[in-house]
Design a protein around this ligand. Sequence first.
Ligand SMILES: C[S@@+](CC[C@H](N)C(=O)[O-])C[C@H]1O[C@@H](n2cnc3c(N)ncnc32)[C@H](O)[C@@H]1O
Length: 250
Amino acid sequence: VTTATFFDTQYDELVESPNGLKWFMSMPLPDRRRISGLCHDKVREQKMWRSFFPSDTACATLAGKTVLDIGANDGYFSIAAALCGARQVTAINTDELNLGTYPSNIHFACKQWNVPVRIVVGDFVTVDARGETFDVIFCFGVLYHLENVFAAFKKLRTLLAPGGTIYVETQMTSLVVDRPVFEVASDTLPTTVPQYKNVIDSLGNSNFLLPNELALRSIADAYGLQLNWPGPNVWEEDYKTRKIYTLTAA
Ligand SMILES: C[S@@+](CC[C@H](N)C(=O)[O-])C[C@H]1O[C@@H](n2cnc3c(N)ncnc32)[C@H](O)[C@@H]1O
């Protein structure tokens, strides 16, 4: 087994749920089969990873670093960081959503790839981090699920180690406005995305606020962070309403 298999967009066969649970992510297995996730795009995770870390830059960037994967879900990005030589990887996700799949799925996947990931169940905004900071923070697909995005940015800043980087992936509003705005998601009014009101009490399931880039830049600025766009990438080419950014200390 080579770690290349994990990042490869090729696979031999799709399998449904080897552990009896639903999977949100499509998860590679060491035998080149792949667990079929909810998304029609079975190479979604590899595409996002390559957009953040083009041309195999991931290991140079992550080796020896401490990594926090916020909204880790089934664990693809936690395992990716561990396979790239991160010194320590911590995954955090609430346990209220995903049909009870967290942390069972991430435990299952880490075992397949034989990587040590510290798995935390909780809300990253309110969890007591006891002053711990991280060199690298992943915050993929999380921001627009938050009821209090201001508190989240404030917490992100306190979790970031000096010289560290936060990698952000998020749904954006489709509104074109030259002011910082967050669009409110709704099931009944015309908005960029549905809210999924039926699951609103399950933290992490519902869409709440869709930012434009100026909104992200402004709120980052309020908490001593700077928003950077890495340039054209395959992720944004394929997923037109989603963007990737990094946040660094201002
Ligand atoms: C759309 S999924 C994205 C999963 C994964 N990061 C990815 O990009 O494929 C959002 C995940 O973030 C989790 N989540 C939402 N709010 C959270 C919070 N406050 N703390 C921890 N996890 C949260 C959800 O439970 C869900 O697993």
